[in-house]
Design a binder for this molecule. Sequence first.
Ligand SMILES: Nc1nc2c(ncn2[C@@H]2O[C@H](COP(=O)(O)OP(=O)(O)OP(=O)(O)O)[C@@H](O)[C@H]2O)c(=O)[nH]1
Length: 619
Amino acid sequence: MSTEFNFHALKSAERLPSPSGTALTIMNLVQKDDTSVKQLAEAVKVDPALTSRILNFANSAAFGAHRPIANVNEAVQMMGMQAVRNFALSLSLVSNNRKGHCADFDYNTFWMKSLAMAVAIAALTARERTAAPEEAFTLGLLSEIGQLALATVWPDIFGECLRSAQGDTLIKLECERFAIDHKALTLMLMQDWGLPGLFLDALKLSFQPPQAEVTRTVRFASQLAFARQLSHYCVADDQYRAALLADVQKEAIPHNFTDETLSQFIDQINQQWQDWGKLINIKTDTRLAFPTTQAEQSDVLPGLDILLVDDDPLILVRLSKQLTHAGHHVAVCPDGEAALKHVLENKPQIIITDWRMQPMDGLALCRTLRSSAIGKNLYIIMLTAAETEDELVEAFDVGIDDYVTKPVNLKILLARIRAGQRITTLQQEVEREKQDIQRTNAELAVANRKLGIMANTDLLTDLPNRRYALARLAQEWESAQRYNRPISVLMLDLDHFKLVNDTLGHDAGDEVLSHTAKLLKAASRATDIACRLGGEEFLIIATNTDGKTAVLLAERIRIAIQTHQPNGLALKRPITVSIGVAGSIGNQPGWNELIKQADRALYVVKAGRRNATQLASEL
Ligand SMILES: Nc1nc2c(ncn2[C@@H]2O[C@H](COP(=O)(O)OP(=O)(O)OP(=O)(O)O)[C@@H](O)[C@H]2O)c(=O)[nH]1
């Protein structure tokens, strides 16, 4: 089923995770040819958090820093504009998606694992340079982003998939429910965000069984697969690690590790993972146990995410210890301003705040929270000391839900928290009911989407059909014109295909067409769009590719078709293909002219020896 179409529908509906703020500005700047390092550094400096993270990044020994980098200009120079852009993109995605509506998707675990993957692939590429480690880091961080996207777009249905998936069945369930799976969605998002083709190809390969070929892409893919294993190991608890160790050691051998160097390497990754966790606010303190079944997990009751705000460090330490002991997850902040920042980034369920603090007191914190979308439904408990009745009335008017007097009696506080929990649970139930209604609509939308996909997919080969191909080409053409990027089309036609039908029958002909479609998909890059126009005619849209490079792609495909003949058919002559290629950059008459040129080139090959490639501009 065509995932291409599905992705574009989602994107147009603006429901996918996307970068925002400074990251978007940076991405737009890097898009322009004439942006200088200084301009980019200025854009970074607007965001102090990003600035400090980029400086840390540039100074990290893991990414080859040999001398201290003191300012952003130097950091940008050293990392390169693309790496800065991609780093900003991934950080923006992390901070916009720390929480979400999919109750069965553990957002922190997701980022915790992604971060381990990022650190592992950066460290592996620093040992053997298949890609720049600072860029590989971004790829690692986003390497499962499709899962987050599914949790964002379809929180309920994806939650159901997560609950009912056993072992490797998640992908299958996703395909059934969404007509797209998280791996394909990951690749499409990355392509859409402009990550390099090498990354996409390597990531795609890393999901598949290891390849025998030795190319840079294959090598990078094998590093990614190994980094994925290392990341699982990193986040696992002792028992789970013991179960994983033999596989990790086996996989380490082709990467030139001994048991001793592997153990040092794992320690190094572990340390960097924790350091990075602190730097970009991803918790790395949980360890995952051996995956258990749902029945085994069902009696575990989750505690609440509580934020404790007080300027007295002793109270913070004592209360957080007691509340943690009672099963809650507790974060602490020394004042209202820090608390606001924490709420924005972590969305706790309950806030327990002191009243008198500097610079922002508890009342001001409450007022600010109630005026924001995030803070509207938060349950707020105020710790009071010697406040008068009028002051308490004012506090309720400002929006607190409850108060507890100081010195705090733990029993009372826990009882008030339970009351808060009942209210937040009720709120969640209302929310769930709302979602149930939305869910019926979502299921209808899935059915409609599937219909839409069918209308855009060729049923025999599963490739996008003519209707989709032409609409997509028009769209890609527009974008190539806007950004002054090259674009090419390959028109392919099987040679003497009628002979297959005439000698072996129509079913054999169908088999040859399906076989050809598989080869086209395998030989194309992740960024190429292979479609069936009809009969034995195919089209490939090669974005960001000029005519000469497209000829290389065409030749790779032609040779693959000639080399890998379909099995079990007594063919009178081998299956071969003729290919016409047309490439364009700049102000050309239009995409239909490009097709005509490729068609003319194909006609010339057909009129001659066939089984060859012809570039239109060389006619
Ligand atoms: N099995 C099968 N055959 C198809 C399908 N669509 C079109 N065809 C057949 O494809 C053949 C195309 O034949 P021609 O246009 O003469 O082309 P050709 O035999 O490949 O010859 P050249 O292109 O000149 O090399 C016809 O026999 C069509 O009936 C299909 O979906 N399945």
